[in-house]
Design a protein around this ligand. Structure first.
Ligand code: 89V
Length: 338
């Protein structure tokens, strides 16, 4: 099978994990890196033996023979780079959040559709091994019909040390972590019919909100509470784990600290530990997140080859609707219908 040739756009914090995660897979060739500060691209190119280095995207696009671009830049540049790729008929893989707002996300998706190019959003949290295990446990039917759930990402991890731009975002936790947490809700329980949200900022040194609570009624009636915070000084720091509690008519499923999955029914509690695969290149502080990049990329590769991909642009637009629906709800104190 022909190898798919691609270039990575942006060589910041996330590219340090995204690149080795791609290199875990067969059937791909990373031929070039772009960064506006050339020296940063040169460092990574040297480390991973990538032949092309550019600080001019037009030059890269003119010189390289590519199948797709992987955009790993700040959100405010996603549309610009997507447009550049789509104009040339290249497929696009783009980090979450897809765009600066819902309208721009729609524009991006429409433009890719018009140009006849595939768009994939790199939404990796649903690919975490423990989250896949929760889904399997729900689908096994052991706990019966689900009526209520809580998906929780509450932490005091100094996330701004590695990703300082997050402190500058006017819309912070819902776009950054909410994109993941609300996507997990959709993955586990389907689409939301209604949504009500509250947000607030606790940390005075950042621009955006660092606490958000979102209550949704899903289309099949499940009440789903998504909570996220970077101001939670808890007894056990869980970063970057997402905790889940699912209640069904016959029992409950809990994903808790240290990757413990607890399935409780009338016959007792089955406990298992679902650890992420520890690749040598990942940052141990981010293990479960970085490890999921490989599975997310594998699924995107399947999509690039014409197969199914869970996190297409069209699918992710529904997550973007929840994020911006939550901001609307918080601003108006109204229930919204995403
Ligand atoms: O995936 C993300 O969006 C990040 C994280 C905190 C997990 O690095 O911001």
């Amino acid at each position: 099978m022909k190898k798919l040739r691609f270039a990575v756009i942006g060589t910041g914090f996330w590219a340090r994990y995204q690149i080795p995660a791609w290199l875990e897979l067969e059937g791909l060739e990373l031929v070039a890196l772009y960064n506006r500060t050339r020296s940063k691209a040169e460092d990574l190119a040297l480390e991973y033996k990538i032949p092309g280095v550019y600080d001019n995207l037009d030059e890269l696009l003119a010189k390289e023979d590519l199948d797709f671009l992987d955009i790993i830049t700040d959100v405010d540049t996603h549309w610009h780079f997507t447009q550049k790729a789509a104009e040339r008929g290249l497929a696009v893989v783009c980090q979450k959040p897809m765009a600066t707002d819902l309208e721009q996300a729609r524009t991006m998706l429409d433009y890719c559709q018009q140009q006849g190019v595939l768009l994939f959003i790199h939404e990796n949290f649903r690919w975490q091994a423990p989250i896949r295990a929760v889904k399997q446990a729900i689908d096994s039917g052991l706990i019966g019909k689900v009526f209520k759930a809580r998906v929780s990402f509450c932490s005091a991890f100094p996330v701004f040390d590695n990703q300082p731009f997050l402190a500058e975002l006017e819309h912070f936790i819902l776009t950054d972590i909410g994109s993941h947490v609300l996507d997990i809700c959709r993955y586990l329980f389907g689409e939301a019919r209604t949504l009500y949200a509250l947000t607030r900022r606790v940390n005075p040194h950042i621009k955006g909100e660092d606490v958000a609570n979102v209550l949704m009624e899903m289309e099949d009636g499940v009440h789903c509470f998504a909570e996220m915070s970077y101001a939670s000084k808890l007894e056990k720091e869980a970063f970057p784990q997402t905790h889940v509690l699912v209640e069904g008519e016959l029992g409950s499923i809990q994903l808790t600290h240290d990757f413990q999955l607890r399935v409780h029914t009338a016959t007792g509690t089955q406990v298992s530990t679902i650890r992420p695969q520890l690749y040598p290149w990942l940052d141990p502080d981010y293990a479960v997140v970085h490890s999921s990049i490989v599975d997310c990329n594998q699924n995107i590769l399947n999509g690039l080859r014409g197969g199914k991909c869970e996190t297409s642009g069209a699918d992710n637009l529904n997550t973007v609707k929840l994020v911006w629906g939550a901001y609307t709800s918080a601003a108006t104190q109204q229930v919204v219908f995403p």
